[in-house]
Ligand binder design. Sequence first.
Ligand SMILES: Cc1cc2nc3c(=O)[nH]c(=O)nc-3n(C[C@H](O)[C@H](O)[C@H](O)COP(=O)(O)OP(=O)(O)OC[C@H]3O[C@@H](n4cnc5c(N)ncnc54)[C@H](O)[C@@H]3O)c2cc1C
Length: 323
Amino acid sequence: MILAVMEHDRGKIVDASLELLTLLRSLAQPMNATVNAALMGKDAETIAPLLMEHGVTKVYLVQNERFVDYAPEAWAKGLVHLIGAVRPKAVAAAGTDRGNELMARVGANLGLAMAANCTELRPGERLGVTRLRWGGSLLEEAELIGEPKLFTVAPHVVAWEASPAREFSIKEFHPSLEEKDFRVRVVKRIESEKAGVSLPDAKVVVGGGRGVGSAEGFQRLEELARLLGGAVGGSRAATNNNWRPHSDQIGQTGVQIAPDLYIACGISGAIQHMVGCKGTKRILAINKDPEAPIFSRADYGVIGDLHEIVPALIDEIKKAKAR
Ligand SMILES: Cc1cc2nc3c(=O)[nH]c(=O)nc-3n(C[C@H](O)[C@H](O)[C@H](O)COP(=O)(O)OP(=O)(O)OC[C@H]3O[C@@H](n4cnc5c(N)ncnc54)[C@H](O)[C@@H]3O)c2cc1C
């Protein structure tokens, strides 16, 4: 059996977890294994039935009265107890911040290696993996020995597809935990004020860098994104200047995006930024410097001042929509 650790926010499942299930189904077939899932946190039970549609044959609801919000030590310990009880061949989570943290703790707890951000899995006695290193600028091939194999799968490696399981059951599991396991826990939850499509899932992303010049300068980018049904992100220069919140930072130390179109405005194209856009299908770069490195990565380029080009683009889109 392969155990998938599902990530959700109060009953709303994270897409990267569904992608994980798609990949695990293809791993389970040659291993003659089933895919089971572990769910923790508030409202976990509401999404358990949905997992059957994604090929999961059994869901373990790992429960504790204090498992409301994320508590990395306690959740990892809960998983370790579950692993001891059900003995999976492999345990995997989505390669999100939370998935990577949780699985690293599980690995440390079990004294086993954990391969983070895998992009390919090759079943065998030693599980072969290809994984992203150095923020995605290098691909490494590695083999996992020992059991269970522990790994996370980088987001957007595959598109998720539903594939219903023939049988399905839900089982509660109550790990024994102590007060000290909850040393690190969420003490306050602040909901994002942002409405609309999220950056990692957006089909169109409008990104702004130092060239945007101010927080106010992003209003035009917001307008462009709204017209295209997309989301706005930024480079580290934009987040360091407090023009955008850190959650909007695209790149190695920020969010990974995979839109159909990325419109990068006033962004030079540093490697640390570009590794966050690896899954992007098309890049349109707007930059006043014809030598900017981003032009060597872009599919389309406009050389000029973004403060003139973005409003012109908005006008043209409005005209086209009015036709
Ligand atoms: C360990 C590490 C991790 C990092 N992680 C990240 C990360 O996750 N994400 C990230 O983005 N960066 C990251 N960085 C920083 C990265 O190296 C760059 O410094 C950063 O991406 C630069 O941001 P920028 O392109 O907005 O700014 P700049 O490099 O200063 O580029 C600004 C661009 O705007 C253009 N421009 C200026 N004015 C205009 C205008 N009016 N119209 C059109 N174009 C204009 C300029 O020609 C220039 O090309 C990281 C760095 C390190 C060392």
